[in-house]
Design a protein. Structure first.
Lengths: 167, 153
């Protein structure tokens, strides 16, 4: 006689069905689709963050251009003639290019996209040339550098690492 | 007057029997008839597979050309954005990079030529898919050719 009060009876009956579902092709397809959606959302979120960083920096770079460089961007100082990077936002967390000027604590670097950036050298900035650490005053106009840093509200980059590349 | 039955495709067996009787060639023995039939089936299948195999080979060749183009485009894009300069910091200044991994991550992401990378990845995936498809097609074709040869001898 069947015992309906036995708690083991119901799960034992359902187990094969559940097992069958978890091993089915449909379940695998659902899992793959969900994983792809998660990846897509992650990539989208990351893209949004990067774009937000770049947009915010570009805005402050343009707003503070007269303060940082003493004139308006573009030929003859005409602001509207020069959009940074030809309709693209400027990279906010780094620059690769040539040093134009160095006053000991602030570098002006012309990037490969022809945009000048002001890079602040702080106490926590590491400056490396070859295998040795060097001081900010050792950097000369014409040196090729790669800078990693954080954009500030003044349209400048607070450098964390400046790597001088061998010519 | 043609009926619907007349338009129905007739089987190879019926067509062969009809052909033999029309040309007064007589009926071959059961085994010979079977052999002729299977040989005809293989030949029919081979003829159907031939354009597919050539098509698959052409598609693979096309996708490989596309892959080379995509690789060149990506290489140029990486060169223009100088992503390699940032990536090389991993080898020269690993500790500082790790200490500032968020800023480093953003600086690399900002320079990545995403359009070119998507083009390269898309071409690579398409090439792999087509190579797999054509490999199966060629294998199938060779199997049929082998069967045809063994029937001939």
């Amino acid at each position: 006689m069947e015992n309906h009060n036995d708690p083991n009876t119901k799960p034992a009956e359902n187990q094969p069905l559940v097992h069958h579902f978890f091993r089915s092709k449909t379940f695998m397809v659902v899992v793959v689709i969900l994983a792809e959606l998660i990846l897509l959302m992650g990539a989208f979120n990351l893209g949004m963050k990067v774009a937000f960083h770049k947009a915010r920096y570009t805005y402050s770079w343009m707003s503070n251009y007269p303060n940082n460089f003493g004139m308006l961007p573009g030929p003859g100082g005409r602001f509207m003639d020069h959009n940074p990077g030809d309709h693209e936002f400027i990279n906010a967390n780094g620059v690769f290019g040539q040093i134009i000027s160095n006053n000991g604590s602030t570098l002006t670097i012309k990037g490969i996209d022809n945009n000048e950036k002001t890079v602040n050298v702080t106490g926590s900035t590491t400056i490396r040339k070859g295998f040795t650490d060097v001081k900010a005053t050792d950097l000369k106009p014409g040196d090729q550098v790669v800078v990693i840093g954080e954009a500030n509200d003044k349209g400048q980059i607070d450098a964390k690492l400046i790597r001088v590349l061998n010519p | 007057m043609q009926t619907a039955q007349d338009n129905k495709p007739i089987s190879l067996e019926v067509a062969l029997k009809k052909h033999l009787s029309q040309n007064r060639l007589g009926q071959p023995s059961g085994q010979l008839f079977g052999n002729i039939l299977s040989r005809l089936e293989i030949e029919k299948e081979l003829r159907a597979q031939k354009p597919k195999t050539w098509g698959a080979a052409a598609l693979v060749l096309g996708s490989l050309v596309l892959l080379v183009v995509a690789f060149n485009v990506s290489w140029q894009a990486f060169g223009q954005t100088q992503t390699f300069r940032y990536l090389s910091l991993l080898f020269t200044d690993f500790k500082t990079v790790m200490d500032n991994w968020q800023d480093y991550g953003f600086s690399v992401l900002e320079t990545l030529p995403l359009g070119a990378m998507a083009f390269l990845l898309g071409s690579a995936i398409a090439s792999l898919f087509l190579i797999d498809l054509s490999a199966r097609q060629i294998k199938n074709f060779r199997k049929l050719s082998h069967a045809e040869h063994s029937h001939s001898h």
